[in-house]
Design a protein around this ligand. Structure first.
Ligand SMILES: *[C@@H]1O[C@H](CO)[C@@H](O)[C@H](O)[C@H]1NC(C)=O
Ligand SMILES: *[C@@H]1O[C@H](CO)[C@@H](O)[C@H](O)[C@H]1NC(C)=O
Ligand SMILES: *[C@@H]1O[C@H](CO)[C@@H](O)[C@H](O)[C@H]1NC(C)=O
Ligand SMILES: *[C@@H]1O[C@H](CO)[C@@H](O)[C@H](O)[C@H]1NC(C)=O
Ligand SMILES: *[C@@H]1O[C@H](CO)[C@@H](O)[C@H](O)[C@H]1NC(C)=O
Length: 310
C-alpha cells in the first residue's frame, strides 16, 4: 500500500500514541466499565532478615531420654547468644521426649531449634562409634553452611554468670577450643563441650581417614589440626577459661564433667571448698548433679590425663 509521503508523521503519531495509551494508562481511565484494583502487599519492599546466623550452629546429639535433657537444652538456648540456631540430633524416643515440652515446641516452630534423627549410618552408641561419626567428612558436610560449630553434651553446662559469651570465643578465631587437658598443652581439648571450625576440619578430613580403634575423635582431630599451618589452636592455658574438666579455673564459660558423666576429675571436684565455689559461680551445673553422688563416693580418682598430648 502506498501512503502519501506527508502522512508518515501522522501515522507514527497514531501508532505510538495508541501504544502509550495501552502501556501506561489504567484501563479504567479510558474504558468505561472496568475497575482497577490495587493489590496490597503489607510486606512489599520490606525485607525481614532471619534472626539466625547460619555460619553458627549449636549441636546436641543425644539418643537417650534423660530427665534433664529438656531443661538442659532450654538453658543452653538462653545463654548462647540469640543468633545461634540449634540442632538436636536424636532418636525417635529422645525427640518425642523433648517435644513434650511446650517451650521446646515453641522454639521448633520459630526456627530457633531443628530436630532430626541421627542418620542411620552414623552411630553414637559408644565412644568408638561416636569417634567414627565425628571424624567423617559427610558428618560435617551435613552441617554446612555452619562454620562455627558448638558441640555440647548432656554432661556439660554454660554458666550464666560467665563474663564472656560464646561469641567472644568465635571472635578469637580458633580452629578448636575445648576443655583444657593441661596448662602446658600446646593444643587440644575435650570435644564434649567444644567450639570447632568446620572448614578446617573438612580440610583435615578430605586428606586423612581415622582408622578403627585410633585415638578418640577430639584427640585425633586436634593432633592433625595442630599440624595444619593455617589452623589456629587455643593452648591449654587459654582453654582453662573456656571450659573446666580437669584443670581448675574459677570463672570459665562452662564445665564439662567428663566422658558422659562417668568421670569427675579429682583436681576439680575432690575438695569441698572447690565444689562450693563452683556451685556458687555456676549453680545451674546442678542440673547435671544426679550424676555426682556416686562419683563422689568413688573419690573422683579416675584420671585419663596421663595419655594426653603435650
Ligand atoms: C555471622 O557470624 C559471623 C561470625 O561471627 C560473622 O562474621 C558474620 O558477619 C555474621 N553474619 C551476619 C549476617 O550477621
Ligand atoms: C523412627 O520413626 C519412624 C517413623 O515413625 C520410623 O520409620 C523409623 O524406623 C524409626 N526409627 C528408629 C531408629 O526407630
Ligand atoms: C541409644 O544408644 C544406646 C547405647 O548403646 C542404645 O543401647 C540404645 O538402644 C539407644 N537408644 C535409642 C533410644 O536409640
Ligand atoms: C557400633 O556400631 C556398629 C555398627 O556400625 C555396631 O555393630 C556396634 O554394635 C556399635 N556399638 C559398639 C559398642 O561398637
Ligand atoms: C598460650 O598462649 C598464651 C597467649 O598467646 C601465651 O601467653 C602462653 O605462653 C601460651 N602457653 C603455652 C603453654 O603455650
Amino acid at each position: 500500500m502506498l501512503v502519501p509521503r506527508n502522512w508518515g508523521p501522522i501515522l507514527s503519531f497514531i501508532f505510538f500514541g495508541t501504544l502509550t495509551l495501552f502501556l501506561f494508562i489504567e484501563p479504567s481511565r479510558v474504558l468505561p466499565g472496568t475497575i482497577s484494583v490495587e493489590i496490597l502487599r503489607p510486606n512489599h519492599g520490606k525485607h525481614t532478615p532471619s534472626p539466625y546466623n547460619e555460619t553458627k550452629l549449636a549441636l546436641l546429639i543425644e539418643n537417650r531420654s534423660q530427665p534433664h535433657l529438656t531443661p538442659l537444652l532450654l538453658h543452653f538456648m538462653s545463654v548462647v547468644p540469640p543468633e545461634w540456631p540449634f540442632l538436636f540430633l536424636g532418636s525417635n524416643e529422645s525427640i518425642a521426649h523433648i517435644q513434650k515440652s511446650g517451650p521446646i515446641r515453641g522454639y521448633i516452630s520459630n526456627g530457633k531449634l531443628s530436630v532430626r534423627l541421627i542418620p542411620e549410618d552414623m552411630k553414637v552408641d559408644s565412644q568408638e562409634n561416636l569417634s567414627k561419626t565425628m571424624t567423617r567428612v559427610d558428618f560435617y558436610k551435613m552441617l554446612l553452611p555452619a562454620e562455627w560449630l558448638f558441640i555440647f553434651q548432656t554432661d556439660s553446662i554454660i554458666c550464666a554468670n560467665s563474663r564472656v559469651s560464646l561469641n567472644d570465643w568465635v571472635e578469637r578465631g580458633f580452629s578448636w577450643v575445648g576443655a583444657s587437658w593441661g596448662q602446658d598443652t600446646k593444643y587440644g581439648g575435650n570435644g564434649g563441650f567444644n567450639l570447632r571450625r568446620v572448614s578446617h576440619l573438612l580440610e583435615v578430613l578430605t586428606h586423612q581417614n581415622r582408622h578403627d580403634g585410633e585415638k578418640l575423635e577430639d584427640w585425633w582431630l586436634t593432633d592433625r589440626l595442630g599440624h595444619m599451618p593455617n589452623a589456629k589452636m587455643a593452648n591449654g592455658t587459654e582453654e582453662m577459661e573456656f571450659s573446666v574438666e580437669k584443670i581448675p579455673y574459677d570463672t570459665p564459660l562452662g564445665y564439662h564433667t567428663g566422658w558422659g558423666g562417668k568421670l569427675l576429675m579429682s583436681q576439680v571436684w575432690k575438695e569441698r571448698a572447690q565444689r562450693e565455689q563452683i556451685f556458687e559461680y555456676c549453680p545451674e551445673i546442678k542440673i547435671l548433679m544426679p550424676m555426682v553422688p556416686n562419683r563422689e563416693a568413688q573419690g573422683c580418682e579416675k584420671d585419663i590425663s596421663s595419655s594426653f598430648p603435650s
